[in-house]
Design a protein around this ligand. Structure first.
Ligand code: BEZ
Length: 190
């Protein structure tokens, strides 16, 4: 199921090695900044919704039992909060490797405090990538997350850390919080 996007991402956005670039994080990048950054700011993007629709066989699951992680889905009128990092281009070599299973870099406009806007990069796993799982009933998504685990840890830890990070950002993301509630009340993780 793996699709290695490292070479593709390098070609898509040749970057000037000394010029800092804004990167918008909406998933694990919100809480897992395992890279140097010049500046970090809360930000949002318009027209996208976060969904647990991407399969993970390299981080939060395995080939035999893929977990679910977030990607963004086009959604007119929607707003998605996250964390923006100003980084030097070297950081993308690390992130291209970390997020190599189906995520491609795209240019996007991100907003700080509604008025200030900058252009930057974002990683999105589009529906045409082989690891894309797509929509499923929320109880099925919660059950899959409850049972899966991979080299980066348990899939439920990923969900719970994301939900905590979104509460801190004040993003009322019903998709994420409904799955969190199902996981905590019905799946009884231990
Ligand atoms: C993010 O947090 O923006 C992100 C999530 C998955 C892959 C790449 C980036």
């Amino acid at each position: 199921m793996t699709t290695n996007t490292i070479a593709l991402n390098r070609q898509r956005h040749p970057l000037d090695k000394d010029e800092p670039v804004w990167l918008f994080g909406y998933g694990s990048l919100i809480w897992k900044a395992d890279f140097p950054f010049v500046e970090r700011r809360e930000a949002s993007i318009q027209g996208w919704s976060r969904r647990f629709w991407q399969g993970s066989d390299d981080h939060r699951g395995t080939r035999a039992s893929p977990g679910r992680v977030v990607t963004l889905i086009e959604d007119e009128g929607a707003s998605c909060k996250g964390m923006a990092y100003k980084v030097l281009p070297d950081v993308f070599a690390h992130l291209d490797h970390r997020e190599k299973n189906g995520y491609l870099r795209f240019m996007t406009t991100m907003s700080f405090k509604e008025t200030e806007q900058v252009q930057g990069l974002i990683y999105i796993a589009a529906p045409d990538n082989p690891a894309f799982l797509g929509s499923a009933p929320l109880p099925e998504i919660a059950a899959q997350i409850a049972r899966c685990s991979g080299p980066s840890g348990r899939n439920d830890e990923y969900l719970l850390k994301l939900a905590d990070a979104l509460r801190l950002l004040g993003d009322n993301d019903r998709h994420v919080f409904d799955i969190e509630n199902l996981l905590l009340t019905e799946c009884q993780t231990g």
